[in-house]
Ligand binder design. Structure first.
Ligand SMILES: NC(=O)c1ccc[n+]([C@@H]2O[C@H](COP(=O)([O-])OP(=O)(O)OC[C@H]3O[C@@H](n4cnc5c(N)ncnc54)[C@H](O)[C@@H]3O)[C@@H](O)[C@H]2O)c1
Length: 386
């Protein structure tokens, strides 16, 4: 009877609590359930998708599930794949093209947006041809091989008055977004140290790595974008160590393990710990530490609620997500939805050209530091930073 005094009135007599903001899936469900079209009555956008490999398949699912998007073309050079893709996804009314015939896409006035998920070395050409044809562009990172070429692409986007969106998917991850919000609210005060651990899984094929642009521009860009986006500042010094434990990666003059340190103007220090090959799954962690505490985004697990004990083996739970496709599943969907809002003119792209160019410059400085064994000072011109 000790708690009988706490008995309250019926919950039906009280105001219904609303879902917490953290349950972004339920809040989205409520939006869908409401069927409220106000402010969303936008026309259907016809799009073309370049590349249906690892990244392209993720974007294909986002395109298919979006009620305001219609896929008209798939451009992919592996013709042997076309029949199966068409059958699997029921894409009878989609036109499949080899990239040598991609002009059909650029000259089709009904195509408004192009999604680029082809190999890195093809991006710049597709981006520039798409922009010249007055199409909005969603491009997997990196947009072009060099910073100057990336800058030229953004210049062209400005001239053509069309959005050029660089797909930094981690920006749309709800956990990282929550970390940033807490940091910006001052929950831990001035950040003294920010750290990411980013270990790839499964190990990508050597064919992919050969055309990836290397671990710095293929992987580390994401982490550099994360720490600069969360801090809202850009480093002035970097010192990086890198090594290739895997002989096949060493043979292509790349690295599989990197540790980078950063010095920011406000005194914050940053650390990125990167690996191409994590046997425990896709290891993605982030931590910000300051005088008032610490904010940490841990690895996520599928089926995390099931725990088991067998004999004397101790506690067992599911492994962490295996790959980027599962770990960032929600981020990819939210990223694509954001892009479509940009094309509809509802919002501005949240990934800004100056941010992409700054991340590119820092990434190049990191590679230079690793290859020369020296600390690299980064000078920022007036107006160069966001
Ligand atoms: N943001 C992320 O999380 C993420 C993850 C993986 C890959 N990526 C990026 O996506 C891009 C593709 O990587 P991937 O892993 O999907 O590669 P992939 O090799 O799995 O797929 C590339 C596809 O593009 C096709 N292709 C080749 N040349 C083409 C051309 N000229 N036009 C159209 N299609 C062409 C290939 O046949 C293949 O199907 C890379 O730039 C990579 O950096 C980003």
């Amino acid at each position: 009877m000790a708690t009988v005094k706490f008995k309250g009135s019926s919950p039906y007599t009280k105001e219904k609590p609303s879902a917490p903001a953290e349950d972004y899936i339920y809040n989205r469900y409520l939006e869908d359930l409401s069927l409220n079209i106000e402010g969303k009555e936008h026309p259907v956008i016809r799009v073309a998708l370049f590349g249906i490999g690892r990244a392209g398949t993720i974007h294909l699912t986002s395109i298919i599930r979006h009620p305001r998007v219609k896929l008209a073309y798939i451009v992919d050079d592996m013709e042997s794949k076309w029949k199966d893709v068409k059958r699997y996804w029921n894409l009878d009314d989609v036109i499949f093209l080899h990239s040598k015939n991609a002009d059909k896409v650029y000259t089709d006035p009904n195509i408004e947006a192009i999604i680029v998920a082809s190999p890195t070395f093809t991006h710049e050409e597709i981006v520039t041809k798409s922009l010249k044809a007055k199409k909005a562009v969603f491009c997997e990172k990196p947009i072009a091989k060099t910073r100057v070429n990336t800058m030229n692409c953004y210049e062209m986007a400005k001239q053509m008055k069309k959005p050029l969106f660089c797909a930094f998917n981690r920006r749309f991850d709800p956990s990282y977004e929550a970390v940033r919000n807490k940091v910006w609210k001052g929950e831990i005060g001035h950040v003294h140290v920010i750290k990411t651990i980013s270990r790839d899984s499964p190990l990508p094929s050597i064919d992919y790595l050969k055309s990836s642009g290397g671990i710095f521009h293929d992987c580390m860009v994401h982490d550099i974008d994360m720490i600069t986006w969360i801090l809202g500042e850009y480093p002035i010094k970097v010192a990086v160590q890198a090594y290739a434990h895997i002989p096949e990666i060493q043979a292509i003059n790349d690295f599989d393990t990197v540790v980078a340190t950063f010095h920011f103007p406000s005194g914050t220090l940053g650390v990125i710990d990167l690996s191409r090959n994590s046997s425990l799954g896709y290891d993605q962690r982030l931590e910000a530490f300051g005088p008032k505490g610490m904010i940490y985004a841990d690895n996520e697990q599928p089926i995390h609620c099931v725990k088991s004990y067998s004999n004397l083996d101790g506690l067992r739970t599911a492994p962490i997500w295996y790959s980027f496709a599962s770990r960032y599943y929600n981020a990819y969907k939210r990223e694509f939805e954001h892009f479509i809002e940009v094309v509809h003119g509802v919002t501005e792209p949240s990934v800004k050209p100056k941010e992409i160019l700054a991340v590119n410059k820092i990434t190049t400085a990191c590679e230079e530091s690793a290859r020369t064994g020296k600390m690299v000072v980064i000078n920022w011109a007036e107006g160069e930073l966001p």
